[in-house]
Design a protein. Sequence first.
Length: 294
Amino acid sequence: MFKFISLFILLAAPSCAATNVVILGTGTPRPDPERSGPSVAVIYNDKAYLFDSGPGIVRRAAAAATRLHIPALEMPNLQRVFITHLHSDHTLGLPDLIFTPWVLHRTAPLEVYGPKGAKSLVDHIEAAWQQDIDMRTNGLEHGNTTGYRANVHEIVSGVILRENNVEISAIPVHHGSWPQAFAYRIQTPDRTIVISGDCNPSPALIKACNGCDVLLHEVYSVAELKLPRPTWPAYLHEFHTSTEELSKIAAEAKPKLLVLYHQLMTGVTDAELVSEVKTSDQTKVVSAHDLDVF
């Protein structure tokens, strides 16, 4: 269920060429029915820019389109996605994002931006669904032959897209043993937004924010370190960012709004998680839920 405060934020924002952040999924690999897999939409000038494609992305987008009245997230308009890294919980929604909007009359190919390996992933998805494609295009549905396709852009760091007053940059970050992982910086005329993806503390991400309007950052609670899993603390330290580390990041990056997402928080409430992140009075901290809007 979406939050009334989120709806208020959305309705209070300027309707013309305003930038909004829509949380489509805050989840982790744990199958929490209240949290779809990680995915964020940045909406500017009635266009949607999606970041990560966790399980449930398409249905969350449909919910945002109908309940929150965001037409940019209607099925034919889901045309761009930026993948932070190739972990399954960030990409399991990609087949859904490729095919469902096509079935519902998207004619434009999906533009997929991501690290090396993204093309192989997409090629194998298309191959796996070849019978479905054949049936829908050559059978009685007479589906179009363009909307299921995906144009893959394997990226490096730097500016990767400029269009319609939107500039998107890829920021290299460290996510354990992955050879490539990216955060993203989205610059529009009215807001600067940085999305961390999965990473441990990154100087490049801090520099990219530098007083940004919104920093969305993954995080784990210090309570996770107390779980009886022998290798868990070492894994967390190498792959993710603790609340204590995020406090230091916020002190340097100075975002106006710090949004916690993709939260690892076993046994901890949202309020307790937020209380673990210490920031100055200039930075507001919130723990996001699916379908929140900022």
